[in-house]
Write a protein that binds this ligand. Structure first.
Ligand code: NAP
Length: 480
């Protein structure tokens, strides 16, 4: 179930939030500690006003609550609210048996016995969860993974406590994947909010419509993208839309990773069938691959990993994703020479692709030695980016592969002052923004343009095929 956390200062605002999200949620949690003192007195009426199951929570300051209040006043406020038709009440693990618990049991309100840790995942998490659930209540842990290894520990909870009703929530940036894959952790609900009440929370709409997190079942295959950072990635939207359109029982999740080894352990544990790889792991994953394609071998970087019998196989779809939008122009002889700006990971794949298609390439880079390395491997020319003007009017294709001009530095152009003749094809692989400063200038000169979003879409379609065995559905808006 998807549960909306309501941390509003009035009942009226909380009701409004429920109405805005009603189509995406199954229940909600009223955080009494966020209500103003006058509004707390009205809390009891809330369940009957929203007409969905409600969890009553009065979080203490030490557990992330909004107000400092004596334990006695908190207990009295909870007791008063329990006059209402709440479905659940949250009581912390260290609170001794009280009138709140007695009243809840008397009224048949289920008790969620909760443990919070904003610092870490406690080492004894399995036994603490076990003890929490011993009294027949719903055990809840909200903890903070500090590494991907901690995330793996949380995915083991279901094996350790199978069959017990529980809520397992990981807070913070490492925890996002657990909020989406809550069902795989054996958690009976996931919390969401419009305003990130707890760190790492997603919106109800994102969980319900983008991830369809509530539709995950035992058979759902897990795919995803590893990176650091990773939350900006457009790939989850694209792949999840594709999966839903062809009724493929799978989910694609962003995984913030700090260590590739722990991710491969996780991938084995949850039996992943494949994942995308982004910065900074495109080289690190190579050591874990039992099989690589010719492109991965040539470029030395891998952006797609798929499961094949007995091992992981590495593919590089950036290579084909880049070349696809311009391959016709190469075949027609319209592109015979190219200037590639930048000599990073993406440039490496692009230079290989252009050279394999017989295009004459000159690489320009700020750090000359990096340009030289790629140029030597590919039998092409190289120069300093400062000399860009030397190449005006002499090439058919200009490819921009540096991160200069990337959001939020949209007013930057790595070859400022470069004069286009209007005959060049200009391809900027940055996809945010779509229209970079360089492309705007090329457009003014009358050049034909290609966008980073084209490359992203094409490489994503190839990943989709590698993951599912199906073409990306042509009728779907990929969001790119
Ligand atoms: P990378 O390996 O870190 O390389 C960065 C490149 O940018 C290097 O050539 C670097 O030059 C240059 N650079 C950075 N800051 C600069 C500055 N201030 N002035 C001049 N040059 C500068 O990154 P990457 O993986 O190749 O990615 C580069 C860009 O491509 C990113 O914006 C990424 O989002 C985009 N990309 C798009 C797609 C797609 O599908 N559309 C796929 C992959 C990558 P030095 O060598 O001198 O540091």
């Amino acid at each position: 179930m998807i549960c909306l956390t309501l941390a509003e200062d009035s009942i009226e605002k909380a009701i409004l939030k429920v109405e805005e999200n009603r189509e995406y949620i199954d229940l909600c949690e009223l955080r009494m500690d966020a209500l103003s003192p006058d509004e707390m007195k009205k809390a009891y009426a809330f369940p009957s006003l929203v007409n969905i199951p409600v969890i009553l929570t009065f979080r203490r300051k030490i557990d992330g609550g909004r107000i400092e209040i004596s334990e006695r006043s908190r207990r009295l406020a909870l007791l008063d609210a329990l006059k209402g038709d709440f479905s659940y009440v949250d009581i912390e693990e260290d609170i001794k048996k009280s009138e709140v618990e007695d009243k809840a049991r008397e009224k048949g309100i289920k008790i969620i016995r909760s443990l919070h840790d904003f610092e870490k995942v406690p080492e004894d998490i399995f036994s603490r969860l076990y003890h929490l659930s011993e009294r027949g209540d719903i055990a809840k842990v909200a903890v903070t993974p500090k590494s991907f290894q901690d995330v793996l520990t949380l995915f083991r909870v279901e094996e350790e406590l199978r069959g017990r009703e529980k809520i397992v929530i990981a807070m913070g940036p490492f925890g996002v994947a657990t909020r989406i894959l809550y069902k795989k952790l054996g958690s009976f609900l996931t919390f969401c909010s419009d305003s990130e009440v707890a760190p790492g929370q997603l919106s109800a709409k994102t969980l319900k419509t983008e991830y369809m997190a509530d539709k995950v079942n035992e058979q759902t295959a897990i795919y995803g993208i590893i990176g650091n950072p990773v939350m900006h990635s457009a790939s989850p939207l694209m792949h999840n839309r594709g999966f839903h359109a062809i009724n493929f029982n799978a989910i694609y999740v962003p995984f913030l990773v700090d260590n590739v080894r722990s991710f491969f352990m996780f991938a084995e544990y949850v039996k992943m069938r494949g994942f995308s790889v982004t910065v900074p792991f495109k080289v690190d994953v190579l050591s874990y691959l039992g099989n690589i394609t010719r492109e991965v071998k040539q470029i030395g970087s891998c952006n797609t990993v798929v499961r094949v019998p007995g091992m992981w196989k590495g593919i590089n779809t950036d290579y084909y994703g880049f070349i696809k939008p311009i391959v016709k122009d190469i075949d027609d002889g319209r592109i015979k020479s190219a200037l590639v700006i930048g000599a990073g990971g993406a440039s490496h794949a692009i230079v290989w692709a252009l050279r394999n298609y017989g295009v004459k390439v000159t690489i320009l880079n700020r750090t000359l030695s990096r340009a030289e390395n790629i140029a030597k491997l590919n039998l092409c020319d190289y120069d300093s980016i400062e000399n860009a003007k030397k190449y005006e009017g002499s090439v058919d294709l200009i490819v921009q592969t540096t991160s200069v001009g990337l959001y939020p530095d949209e007013d930057k152009n790595p070859i400022e002052g470069f004069k286009f003749t209007g005959n060049e094809i200009v391809y900027d692989i940055i996809y945010k923004p779509k229209m970079t400063k360089l492309l705007k200038e090329a457009e003014k000169a009358g050049c034909h343009l290609h966008f980073g979003s084209e490359m992203l879409l094409e490489q994503g379609k190839l990943q989709f095929e590698a993951f599912t065995g199906y073409h990306y559905p042509h009728w779907v808006d990929s969001g790119l």
